[in-house]
Design a protein around this ligand. Structure first.
Ligand code: GAL
Length: 392
């Protein structure tokens, strides 16, 4: 009897923390995967998604931790007589597609928005939120990107000249889908895409966001990638296990980004504890692209279980130093050169909490640097980075 009572008491005591643990296991570290938009935009079809899943495995991306294969905009067809969303002819059988992706040991993501139409003018979820969430769950989806798009018109029409009301409408719309996803009982990562408006990092996590876009769209250019990446200073405190700032998907391997620019991109996203969603053609990666995307030590910085986002330590002209705390007291440090010529960059160890010196490793060179004291100076190529791991 006493034992029974004790067990009950123990269960009651444990319940809240168990619940919390369950919530935070979804996206406990920043989601990793691939998304169709940067490569295919509106052309993506069933065969492309299967091929991406195949390539995720054969390229070694899966082994490096990339798990989600995410279909972005343009999969949607008409609703049937009962209002159930159907895929269009590019996607003949969503359930079979999800089964296929799962059979590779991967997970699969889908895309919609709170408006009547998505950004590419396909069917949105307005008025069908619960029904759509049920459909995604029945098909077997594990991740939903929910893009504001045409809901902005609803906000403009219903709350003209009333920004507070418009913001509330947006929050209500995101909360509606949050509740709909919860009601399915299926763990579905919930990704907000409303371009960082109204300080979404302050209220997104409370509405169930596992990640939220902090900016407009990235593109595969040095200017756009760095404008987005380096503008993330100050957002670190909003990120943590289960809820992450999302500076948009990776463009590593796309456009004309150079080796150093791609390393800068990957290093910065890892220091930002950003979701790592590749957007390149995984079946045709140059070895240098795959080496960057699958670098285990860089991924370990991004995925560190402490779940702390890094932040800017200093900015002097084109030189920026960023630091990310890691579990066990280590730190990852990025020495970034945004200039068009190589520059020497000096790190003062006391600026990053290692007044007593630190053991250092240059990650991209895969080289231990031994014990450093005082300062460390490296020549950093144009548009390049030296990424260091410092330990006591
Ligand atoms: C944009 C979004 C992109 C992509 C696109 C699809 O609003 O930021 O990441 O999803 O819509 O139409």
């Amino acid at each position: 009897m006493l034992n029974g009572f004790r067990a009950l008491l123990l269960a009651a005591l444990l319940a809240p923390s168990t619940l919390f643990a369950q919530n935070s296991t979804l996206a406990a570290t920043p989601p990793m995967g691939w998304n169709s938009w940067n490569l295919f935009a509106g052309r993506v079809n069933d065969a492309d998604v299967r091929a991406a899943a195949d390539a995720m495995v054969s390229s070694g991306m899966k082994d490096a931790g990339y798990i989600y294969v995410n279909i972005d905009d343009t999969w949607q067809g008409e609703r049937d007589a009962q209002g159930n969303i159907q895929a269009n002819s590019k996607f003949p059988d969503m359930k079979a597609l999800a089964d296929y992706v799962h059979s590779k040991g991967l997970k699969i993501g889908i895309y919609s928005g709170p408006g009547a139409k998505t950004c590419a003018k396909y069917e949105g979820s307005l008025g069908h939120e619960a029904q759509d969430a049920k459909t995604y769950a029945a098909w077997g989806f594990d991740y939903l990107k929910y893009d504001l798009c045409s809901f902005r018109q609803n906000m403009n029409e219903q709350a003209p000249n009333d920004p507070a009301k418009a913001t509330q409408m947006m929050k209500d719309a995101y909360e509606k889908m949050h509740q709909a996803l919860l009601a399915t009982g299926r763990p579905i990562v919930y990704s907000f895409c409303q371009y960082g408006w109204d300080a979404v990092w302050e209220w997104g996590p409370g509405l169930g966001a596992n990640l939220w876009r902090t900016t407009g769209d990235i593109n595969p250019t040095w200017d756009r990638m760095t404008l987005i990446g380096f503008s993330q200073a100050g957002l670190a405190k909003y990120a943590g296990p289960g809820h992450w700032n999302d500076p948009d998907m990776l463009e590593v391997g796309n456009g004309k980004l150079t080796l150093d620019e791609n390393r800068t991109h990957m290093s910065l996203w890892a220091l930002l504890a950003a979701p790592l969603l590749a957007g390149n053609d995984l079946s045709q990666m140059k070895p240098e692209t795959s080496a960057i995307l699958t670098n285990r030590e860089v991924i370990a910085i991004d995925q560190d279980s402490l779940g702390k986002q890094g932040d800017r330590v200093s900015e002097v002209g084109p030189v920026e130093i960023w630091a990310k705390p890691l579990k066990g007291g280590a730190k990852a440090i990025g020495l970034f050169n945004r200039d068009d010529t190589a520059l020497p960059i000096t790190l003062k160890l006391s600026d990053v909490g290692f007044s007593g010196g630190a053991k250092a490793r240059d990650i991209w060179q895969a080289k231990d640097l031994g014990k450093l004291q005082g300062t460390y100076t490296a020549t950093v190529p144009r548009h390049g980075v030296v990424l260091l791991l410092l330990t006591k």
